[in-house]
Design a protein around this ligand. Structure first.
Ligand code: GLC
Length: 480
């Protein structure tokens, strides 16, 4: 496609390894879905999304996609087919890259050749770009899977006439995943010369996040607090010194949530609808969830819910020890999530030991997760680190007050006594203390109702953050 730069509106190609509702394992998929919708609604900028065409996208959904074109992508010595599909919905154009060898597999990630799969995807994004009916000023990539886009751009595309002048934003959703590989991957898989190793290396290995930090024009992350934390060894997983070197590129914008998808008033997946003004339905949800999970139906026992990946950094390590004290209190605790076998086993054992108090549902279940957000009184989210966190905002939207650590986006969205409870150190004692504070506060029904109302009526939408993204996009697009 010919480049036409006559339109004033900044155009952004948002590149993500997952996008809800087509594919999702976590918060990235959620953001890839809701941020573009929010930006496009303002009509001040236009975002299109590009993602792999995974096996999990059903035939029924695929049948609505339009085939655009195909090409072959050269990945070192490999020549791989890349089909391009397009689908428009909710004001956003989605592009999907098709290659059955790489993406017709169970699960999005965790394959032995993830480095090759996402190198293919990244290269295909750049090669297919002139064939989209969408010419971006800005390429916005996310996490290590797409980190090769700004790297390839800087090393191999920036000087080609069609690509000249594009800008790159790289967003870190979680620094724990860096895309670390041995040096041999450069030539054999990425098709890059060995002398570019210093651009991509960190501590002796190829590190794609390090490479993207060096090659992108702006490096952003998903909350202001996390942007600062990324310069500290406790949070940056070894990249703190590199990030400090590039501090002037760093910025943090807190995520929002899709207020339509998470809405107690429309009640998708809920037992009963309710709102901040008409709260009665919330108790209905609690009662029905207790029945469904065969817990004693008790209106006045605080129900603590938690939806999480079962990983230590989500605070499961301290929660595990705090559980011993927690089960002595008059509470009910319902956990939904899957992950490390150590935690799955622990919570199943606790359920067996305290069948009247604890339920552990080892699954990823979106519909049930909404029931948990809506039915709980208290939402547990004691993450050791949390770049942004969406669960706390979803819980507040449904009037369930969160218990959080004062880190990352949790620190930017939850305030003690105002809309939740804040634990200030990563120990099981401190967590238990915080839960006890919440249980005590729950006893004062009048105050509790006020806090719930405050949490429910705060604007967690993308409006404010979308504006910040648009300002960032516009400023960068104008930058020579
Ligand atoms: C990652 C982070 C989470 C964040 C999400 C979306 O999953 O761990 O904190 O909310 O990305 O940016």
């Amino acid at each position: 496609m010919k480049k036409d730069n006559s339109s004033n509106c900044t155009k952004i190609l948002f590149v993500a390894a997952e996008v809800n509702p087509f594919s999702q394992t976590g918060g990235l998929g959620e953001v890839a879905s809701s941020l573009p919708i929010a930006v496009n609604e303002t009509k001040c900028a236009e975002v299109a999304v590009i993602s792999p065409l995974y096996e999990c996208i059903t035939k029924e959904v695929r049948s609505r996609f339009e085939f655009v074109t195909s090409t072959y992508v050269q990945l070192s010595w490999r020549r791989q087919y890349a089909g391009l599909f397009r689908y428009k919905t909710r004001g956003v154009t989605y592009f999907f890259i098709d290659n059955e060898y790489y993406f017709k597999r169970k699960g999005l990630y965790g394959h032995f050749d993830d480095g090759e799969r996402f190198a293919f995807f990244s290269k295909a994004v750049l090669d297919l770009m002139p064939l989209l009916d969408f010419v971006p000023n800005i390429i916005h990539t996310n996490d290590w899977h797409t980190a090769l886009v700004p790297i390839y751009y800087r090393l191999a595309y920036a000087d080609r006439p069609w690509y000249r002048g594009m800008k790159n934003i790289f967003t870190i959703h979680n620094i724990e995943y860096q895309g670390i590989f041995g040096r041999e991957i450069l030539g054999d898989v990425f098709g890059l010369a060995d002398f570019v190793f210093p651009r991509l290396s960190w501590k002796g290995s190829v590190n794609l996040v390090a490479g993207a930090i060096r090659c992108a024009d702006i490096v952003s992350t998903v909350s202001e607090t996390y942007a600062k934390e990324l310069m500290l060894p406790e949070f940056a997983c070894g990249l703190e010194n590199l990030i400090k070197d590039y501090a002037e590129k760093m910025t943090g914008i807190v995520n929002g949530i899709d207020m339509e998808v998470y809405n107690p008033e429309t009640g998708a997946d809920l037992y009963a609808v309710y709102s901040a003004e008409e709260i009665a339905g919330k108790a209905e949800n609690k009662k029905n969830l207790q029945k469904y999970l065969k817990l004693p139906v008790k209106a006045n026992t605080p129900l603590i819910t938690m939806v999480t990946r079962l990983a230590a950094h989500k605070g499961l390590d301290i929660l595990k020890d705090a559980m011993k004290g927690l089960v002595k209190e008059d509470i009910q605790f319902v956990l939904l999530g899957s992950g490390a076998p150590e935690y799955e086993g622990f919570f199943m054992d606790i359920e067996r030991a305290y069948p009247d108090k604890v339920r552990a549902i080892i699954a990823f279940d979106k519909s049930l997760s909404r029931k948990l957000f809506a039915s709980g009184d208290i939402y547990m989210m004691p993450s050791k680190s949390e770049p942004c966190g969406l669960g706390q905002m979803m819980a507040m939207r449904y009037g369930t007050l969160p218990i959080v650590r004062n880190v990352g986006g949790l620190n930017d969205t939850v305030k003690e006594g105002v809309n939740g409870f804040v634990c200030t150190s990563h120990t099981s004692e401190a967590l238990l203390e915080t839960v006890k504070r919440a249980i005590n506060a729950y006893k004062n029904k009048e105050e509790w109702a006020k806090t719930v109302k405050k949490a429910m009526t705060t604007d967690w939408s993308w409006k404010v953050s979308a504006k910040k993204y648009i300002d960032m996009y516009d400023a960068l697009a104008k930058n020579p």
